[in-house]
Design a protein around this ligand. Structure first.
Ligand code: PNS
Length: 162
């Protein structure tokens, strides 16, 4: 029997958006297993702790049998190797995402030639949604309920004023 095709979907997920979730659902249909990998980045100021982000993601993917959530630090390619992943999955919303994604994909390929980066397009309804803008809109009193799952809205509310 051939090895399962495991894909790693890495990111900050601070917080998870409906765009991320859309991509996870698409990836879960394409690969045998999908691991959502949250970067522990001590240098980047985040709203939610890594544990909070993992909890929100786990709740969102509970209904998807082949999706799991893990945290990592250090090099992504190293974590991919440990996890047995052959593919890194990334979403591209617009041309503006492309330059950074290209750079990362080529760097990762240089570091680990056998690991392929696969780009997918999230649903066009989410092309303007980013974690950064969700936090900004929420902080300024805007309604983000169309952009993140309901349990993420609750978590934002529980944070109070951000
Ligand atoms: O959601 P983000 O912030 O766009 O995700 C960026 C992420 C986590 C995919 C990227 O920063 C990453 O892979 N970091 C791990 C460290 C690493 O491997 N750096 C070299 C990548 S070219």
């Amino acid at each position: 029997m051939s090895e399962p095709n495991i894909s790693l979907y890495p990111g900050s997920f601070d917080p998870l958006t409906n765009g991320h979730l859309d991509l996870i659902e698409r990836g879960a249909r394409l690969f045998d297993r999908l691991i959502v990998a949250i970067l522990r980045n001590e240098n980047k100021a985040s709203l939610f702790t890594v544990e909070e982000r993992a909890e929100m993601l786990r709740e969102a993917v509970r209904r998807l049998g082949n999706v799991s959530v893990e945290c990592f630090d250090g090099l992504l390619v190293r974590f991919a190797e440990q996890a047995g992943a052959r593919v890194i999955l990334r979403g591209i919303r617009a041309v503006s995402d492309y330059e950074f994604e290209l750079q990362m994909a080529l760097m990762n390929r240089k570091l680990r030639p056998g690991l392929e980066t696969v780009f997918m397009l999230p649903g066009e309804a989410y092309s303007y949604v980013s974690s950064r803008l969700v936090k900004e809109v929420y902080r300024l009193g805007g309604d983000v309920s169309a952009m993140v799952p309901p349990h993420v809205v609750e978590r934002l509310r529980a944070k109070g004023r951000i």
